[in-house]
Design a protein around this ligand. Sequence first.
Ligand code: AMP
Length: 219
Amino acid sequence: MADIYVFLGPPGVGKGTLGDLFCAETGAIHVSTGQLLRDEMAKHSEIGIQVKDLIAKGELISDDVVAAMVTNRLGEKDIQSKGCLLDGFPRTTHQADMLDSILTETGNRLAAVLLIEADRDMLISRLTSRRVCSNQACGAIYNINSQRPAKEGICDRCGSKLVQRSDDSESTAIERLHVYDVQTAPLIAYYTASGQLVRTQSRDVDAKENYQALKTALA
Ligand code: AMP
């Protein structure tokens, strides 16, 4: 039975970056539902074509589609042995109920739900200045203000071109934060009630400093 950690928090709070640091240290597998969906879009699969417009508008994909992807991924062997960090799922209370069934079905257990919070102005600025590696297999994350690559527009890790995500424009970032407030924030009360919520604050400092705060919260 593997440990599953959930990282919960608004878009731009650093779930991807902190998740990478967490997985590098613990050996857990980083499963981002946003990334799984972007992979489907890159492959032009049926799901990819179906979700493209909703993602570009900053809206949520249906619970059933995302839950099916998570069920498949959590059932795979690497996760059974190493555990996993779920980044971006659950995003609604219905998905949280679905996660319970998925964990039972795949033989895993919820170790903790970590809520990462941050100042709202900082989130908009972080989202619009975020750049990501265009190489799907790399997926490194940068920020043109605070986490610049050594060579402008080029990934330090793999040398591929850096791009802006289609949903990181200012208007879509604002919509995504609104969607978070309405559909995802109720999970805070949900997991507080179940006694599984741990909180940490993401500040405008180096990612490693925020990661230390996260580890202290989880300890
Ligand atoms: P993220 O990479 O987590 O910011 O997700 C990017 C986009 O993918 C979101 O704005 C949603 O459109 C979609 N998405 C990711 N995870 C979920 C989820 N659990 N439920 C519904 N839509 C999701």
